[in-house]
Design a protein around this ligand. Structure first.
Ligand code: PEP
Ligand code: MG
Length: 584
C-alpha cells in the first residue's frame, strides 16, 4: 500500500476504484496541400467525420436525458443543430475545394475565423455561442484525426477521479452521481475544484503533485478528505478498518445534522448567523437540510462557466428566482460575476491571455468594463428580488471609485426596470466584498457606502501574503492566522461595527471549524460556508464561550508569527475539543 498526502479539500471518507483522467490537449493540426482530384476524397472524409461526431453527440444526448439535467441535454441538442447546419458545412466544403488543403486544417481554420467574428460581436449570446462552435468543431477534428476522448459527463461506473487539474466547467459538467471522490495533482483548499467538491459533497484531496504519476486507473483508493490522505491499494486487513471508518463518518454526520434547528449560539448567549455558499441554483434546495439560515454567497459566475449554457437576462432571472423561491424569504446574497482570474473556460478564455490573470481583468473590473453585461445581471437580480429577500454584493472592490460606479450601474438598472414597468423589491441591501488588502485598509470609508461587508479570505489571503491560491507549491504560505491577515480581518470587522453594519465572511476560512473560535473572538457576525460544513462549525460555536474566544483572538492578534499562531490555535482546539478529528 502507498499513502499519499495532500491538501484536505472536501471532507468525507470514500473507498473506490481510481480513474485517471488525462485531458488530451489538442495536437498540432496537420496542414498540407492536396491535388484537385483528391478534393472529393477530403470532402468524403469530412462528411464521415461530421456523421460520426453527430452519432456521438446523439448518444451523449440520450444519456443526458436519463442521467443529467434538462439543461445539459439541451446543450447537446444545440450541438447537433450546429453540426447539421448546411451553412456551416458548406463554408468548410467550399474552402476545401478552393484552397485545396486537407480537411482538418480547413475545419480548424474556418472555425477560427467564425469564432473570431463571434467574439467581436456586441451580442453576448453570439459570444457565448463561440464556445459551442469550438466544442463541436473539436469533435469533428477528433474524428478526422482518430482521437478518442473521455467525457467526464458520461461515465460507465462509479469512480474516484484522479486528474492533474480540472476546470470549474469540467467539475460542473461531470457526472456527479458517478464521481465518488476527487484526487488532484494541482489545487488548494480554496481553488474552485475544492469549492465545487464541497458544494457537491464529494470528498476531495488536492495538491498531491504526484497523484497522476503514482496512481493508475483501477487502483483501489481510500480517500480521507478531512485528513488529506489517499491510500493506494490498501491491504485486505486494513480495508476492513477503512470500511468501518466510512460507516463511522456517516453516523457522525447524522449526529451533526441533528443540530439543524438549534441556534448558532455560544454557551454565554452570543448569537451569530450561519449561511451557505452556493455555486449552482440546485444547491439552494439542499442547504436548509444542513441548517443554513440564508445564502451568504451565491457565486453567480458559475452560470457563465457552464460550457454551452447561455446566461441571458431571462436565464439569469430564472436561476436567481429559483434560488430565492427555494430559500423562502431567508436572505440570499448574490455576488455579481467574478469571471477572470482562475475562473475561465479552457477553450474560451473570456479574459484573453493575461500575464497575471489574478491581478488582471477579473470580477468587478470585468463587470465595470462591460456595463451592458453588468446591467443585464443587475436587472435579472432586481426582477427576481420580488420572490424573496435578496442582497447584492460586489467582488474584488479595491477602492471607493469602483464601489461608486457599481452602485451607479445598479441605480441605472433600477431605472431601466422602472421604465419597463418591471417590479423589484424596494430596499435591497448592497454589500462590499473585502478581499483586497486595500479594501480592508479603507474599510471605514467603504462602510459609508455599504450595507454590509463580506470578507473573502480566499482572495484576501492570496493578495495580502502574495500566495497564488491555486498553486500547491506555495499553499503552505497561505496561513489564515498570519498576524497580517488577522489584523486585516479585525480592521474590517471593527470598521463595520463602527458604521453599524454587519461583518460577514464567505471565504473558506468561515467554514473551517478550527477557525470558528478565532472568528467569533474577532467579532464576526455572519459565517458563510459550504452547507455541509455548517454542522461542524455550529458544534464548535455552541460549545464555546465568547469570553474564551475573545481571549484567544486577543492572544493571536498580539502574536508575532503565523506558525506560532497556528500552533496556538491547534493547542486551544485540542484542549477544548479533544475529539475534533473527523478522519480515519
Ligand atoms: C473569497 O475570495 O474568499 C471568495 C469568497 O470569493 P471566491 O472564492 O469566489 O473568489
Ligand atoms: Mg474572491
Amino acid at each position: 500500500m502507498k499513502t499519499l498526502f495532500g491538501i484536505p479539500a472536501s471532507q468525507g471518507i470514500v473507498i473506490g476504484k481510481a480513474f485517471v483522467y488525462v485531458e488530451n490537449d489538442f495536437p498540432e493540426i496537420p496542414r498540407y496541400s492536396i491535388k484537385k482530384p483528391q478534393a472529393e476524397q477530403e470532402l468524403k472524409r469530412l462528411e464521415n467525420a461530421i456523421r460520426d461526431a453527430m452519432d456521438d453527440v446523439r448518444q451523449l444526448q440520450e444519456r443526458a436525458v436519463q442521467e443529467m439535467s434538462r439543461d445539459q441535454a439541451a446543450i447537446f441538442e444545440a450541438h447537433l443543430m450546429m453540426l447539421d447546419d448546411p451553412d456551416f458545412q458548406d463554408q468548410i466544403k467550399n474552402r476545401i475545394e478552393t484552397t485545396l488543403q486537407n480537411a482538418e486544417w480547413v475545419v480548424f481554420d474556418t472555425v477560427r475565423d467564425i469564432m473570431k467574428k463571434m467574439m467581436e460581436s456586441p451580442d453576448p449570446l453570439f459570444r457565448e455561442r463561440a464556445a459551442d462552435i469550438n466544442d463541436v468543431s473539436k469533435r469533428v477534428l477528433d474524428k478526422l484525426l482518430s482521437i478518442k476522448r473521455v467525457s467526464l459527463a458520461v461515465l460507465e461506473r462509479d469512480i474516484i477521479l484522479v486528474a492533474h487539474d480540472l476546470l470549474p466547467s469540467e467539475v460542473l459538467t461531470m457526472n456527479k452521481e458517478r464521481v465518488k471522490g476527487i484526487v488532484m495533482d494541482m489545487g488548494s483548499n480554496t481553488s474552485h475544484t475544492a469549492i465545487l467538491a464541497r458544494a457537491f459533497n464529494i470528498p476531495a484531496v488536492l495538491g498531491l503533485s504526484v497523484a497522476t504519476q503514482e496512481i493508475s486507473s483501477d487502483n483501489l483508493l481510500v480517500i480521507d478528505g478531512a485528513a488529506g490522505t489517499v491510500y493506494v491499494d490498501p491491504e485486505k486487513k486494513d480495508l476492513a478498518r477503512y470500511e468501518q471508518a466510512t460507516v463511522q463518518y456517516r453516523k457522525k454526520l447524522g449526529e451533526f445534522l441533528s443540530t439543524r434547528d438549534l441556534p448558532a449560539e455560544t454557551r454565554d448567549g452570543y448569537r451569530v448567523v450561519l449561511n451557505a455558499n452556493i455555486e449552482i441554483p440546485e444547491e439552494a434546495d439542499e442547504v436548509s437540510k444542513f441548517g443554513a439560515e440564508g445564502i451568504g454567497l451565491y457565486r453567480s459566475e458559475f452560470l457563465f462557466l457552464n460550457p454551452g449554457q447561455t446566461a441571458e437576462e431571462e436565464d439569469q432571472f430564472q436561476a436567481y428566482s429559483r434560488v430565492l423561491k427555494a430559500m423562502r424569504n431567508k436572505p440570499v446574497t448574490i455576488r455579481t460575476v467574478d469571471i477572470g482570474g482562475d475562473k475561465i473556460i479552457r477553450d474560451f478564455k473570456v479574459t484573453a491571455d493575461e500575464k497575471n490573470p489574478l491581478l488582471g481583468w477579473r470580477a468587478i473590473r470585468f463587470s465595470l468594463a462591460q456595463p451592458e453585461l453588468f446591467k443585464t445581471q443587475l436587472r435579472a437580480i432586481l426582477r427576481a428580488s420580488v420572490y424573496g429577500n435578496v442582497r447584492i454584493m460586489f467582488p474584488l472592490i479595491s477602492g471607493i471609485e469602483e464601489l461608486e460606479q457599481a452602485r451607479t450601474r445598479l441605480e441605472e438598472a433600477k431605472d431601466e426596470c422602472r421604465a419597463k414597468g418591471q417590479a423589484f423589491a424596494d430596499a435591497i441591501k448592497v454589500g462590499t466584498m473585502i478581499e483586497v488588502p486595500s479594501a480592508a485598509m479603507i474599510a471605514d470609508i467603504l462602510a459609508r457606502y455599504s450595507d454590509f461587508f463580506s470578507i473573502g479570505t480566499n482572495d484576501l489571503i492570496q493578495y495580502s501574503l502574495a500566495v497564488d491560491r491555486g498553486n500547491e507549491r506555495v499553499s503552505y504560505l497561505a496561513q489564515p492566522f498570519h498576524p497580517a491577515v488577522l489584523r486585516l480581518i479585525k480592521k474590517t470587522i471593527d470598521a463595520a461595527h463602527d458604521a453599524d453594519i454587519k461583518a460577514a465572511m464567505c471565504g473558506e476560512l468561515a467554514g473551517d471549524p478550527a477557525a470558528a473560535a478565532v472568528l467569533l473572538g474577532l467579532g464576526l457576525d455572519e459565517f458563510s460556508m459550504a452547507a455541509s460544513s455548517i454542522p461542524h462549525v455550529k458544534r464548535i460555536i455552541r460549545r464555546a464561550t465568547l469570553h474564551n474566544c475573545r481571549d484567544l483572538a486577543g492572544e493571536l492578534l498580539r502574536g508575532t508569527s503565523a506558525t506560532a499562531n497556528a500552533g496556538l490555535v491547534k493547542k486551544w482546539m485540542a484542549a477544548n475539543f479533544p475529539e475534533q478529528t473527523d478522519g480515519i
